[in-house]
Write a protein that binds this ligand. Structure first.
Ligand SMILES: Cc1cc2nc3c(=O)[nH]c(=O)nc-3n(C[C@H](O)[C@H](O)[C@H](O)COP(=O)(O)OP(=O)(O)OC[C@H]3O[C@@H](n4cnc5c(N)ncnc54)[C@H](O)[C@@H]3O)c2cc1C
Length: 401
């Protein structure tokens, strides 16, 4: 009987176990996770869960009360894997022998080490436990300083404003969500935040913090002080892996896998979710998104069941801030032409990005999520498009696709 060991019981690991179980996988499945809760989805942690509008039970991937035949859920942390002997050692000392290994250890919030960053009022946000601690502080805090200007930073800024907390965002980048959003959308989003009273300190480096203040510096200016009785460090995420011995695999930035989520040269080792560095048109890269965890897990489960179907994910992420839903599809390039359909000021628009051959590389949808499937079809089709037709809201995207 095949023994599958899944290391990491988060979104991707939990879904692999669930799919195997649903598919009637005949072997034994061991799902090892170091969090005290069953597998759950993280996106609400910076949104409705942090705001207190959602309970923890609603985040769970599946009902843990329903016994799943053949699945053993082990609460623990894998410290070391001997991939030649196919044995994983838990920190508790327990040894788990396996036939197939699925690495689903995800990422951890990047820590910054500056004077004062070890205070109890300084937070990161990755887990339910992190969200519970942050929420407890926000309920009494007067001023939150968010260090970082990415998606989690801005979602927490929006949630905190809705909870009545003053917010300052301090970021190194020039514009908000610089890695996900194009300049037009970045500016639009910043304007929304400013309209709600959020202050921004951009291109600034945080140098220290104490119980009431964050200290920052900007090139050529005097030092800045930001009042803050609560701080969120949202400085990105770093891949986490236990020590893997006995095989030569590329773990330089997560785990390099092929289109089947398999480690090249090692048909018994898979990596999935945030930890997997997958082939894309522009080289291998990790995707830290819900959909990648969701769909990658299906691909791994299928492969373990002997169905060799490759997995090819078009990048897609979303964010919800102040009741607006923004979705980024594909990978808009810096030099691409921007075509606008709809009106950003009215809160409903689509921005399309075309390369030099007028092929769509990506799109940003503002409260237009229903158009995503047509946008994806247009990107995948790779055909040259007429900018005038794209801009014309009277022509359904479905027709162009
Ligand atoms: C606050 C927040 C908001 C987000 N919002 C969005 C969003 O709006 N849209 C979107 O597309 N994506 C969003 N994401 C990203 C999305 O949640 C992740 O891409 C997804 O969770 C990745 O799943 P994963 O299984 O790879 O990693 P995770 O869900 O992080 O699971 C990994 C698990 O492995 C455990 N683990 C690690 N090492 C070990 C070990 N050695 N032994 C045992 N267990 C271990 C970890 O503790 C964790 O439980 C958000 C993420 C966060 C944190």
């Amino acid at each position: 009987m095949t023994r599958v060991l899944i290391v990491g019981a988060g979104h991707a690991g939990g879904r692999v176990a669930e799919h195997l179980s649903r598919a009637g996988f005949a072997g034994e499945v061991m799902l090892v996770g170091d969090e005290a809760v069953p597998p759950y989805e993280r996106p609400p942690l910076s949104k409705d869960y942090l705001a207190g509008k959602q309970q923890a039970g609603a985040l769970l991937l599946f009902d843990p009360a329903i016994a799943t035949p053949g699945l053993r859920h082990i609460h623990g942390r894998v410290a070391r894997i001997d991939a030649q002997a196919r044995i994983a050692m838990l920190e508790s000392g327990e040894a788990l022998a396996y036939d197939a290994l699925v690495l689903a250890t995800g990422t951890a919030a990047r820590q910054v080490s500056i004077p004062g960053s070890d205070q109890a009022s300084v937070h990161v946000l990755r887990t339910i436990a992190d969200a519970d601690r942050l929420r407890a502080d926000l309920l009494t805090a007067r001023h939150l300083a968010v260090v970082g200007g990415g998606v989690i930073a801005l979602e927490v800024a929006a949630t905190a404003r809705e909870m009545g907390v003053e917010v300052t965002v301090i970021q190194l980048d020039r514009r908000v969500m610089e890695r996900c959003l194009t300049p037009t959308m970045s500016q639009w989003l910043r304007t929304q935040h400013e309209g709600k009273g959020v202050r921004f300190l951009s291109q600034a480096v945080v140098t220290a913090m104490d119980a009431a203040t964050v200290f920052a510096e900007r090139a050529g200016e005097d030092g800045q002080t930001v009042p803050a009785d609560c701080v969120l460090i949202a400085a990105g995420a770093v891949p986490v892996l236990p020590l893997i011995e006995g095989v030569d695999i590329d773990t330089s930035d997560g785990v390099l896998v092929d289109a089947f989520c398999r480690v090249p040269g090692h048909p018994d080792i898979f990596a999935v979710g945030d930890i997997a560095r997958m082939p894309t048109g522009e080289g291998a890269r990790r995707q830290e998104t819900w959909r990648n965890a969701e769909n990658g897990a299906q691909a791994v489960a299928r492969a373990l069941c002997g169905e060799g179907e490759s997995y090819d994910e078009l990048p897609w992420m979303w964010t919800d801030q102040y009741g607006h839903n923004i979705q980024v599809v594909g990978a808009p390039g810096a030099d691409d032409m921007e075509i606008r359909r709809g009106d950003l000021d009215e809160g409903r628009a689509a921005l399309f990005y075309l390369n030099a051959e007028n092929r769509m590389t990506g799109a940003i949808l503002l409260n237009e999520g229903r158009q995503r499937r047509w946008v994806e079809a247009l990107i995948r089709a790779g055909k040259a498009l007429d900018p005038a037709q794209l801009a014309d809201g009277a022509i359904a995207l479905k027709v162009l696709a």
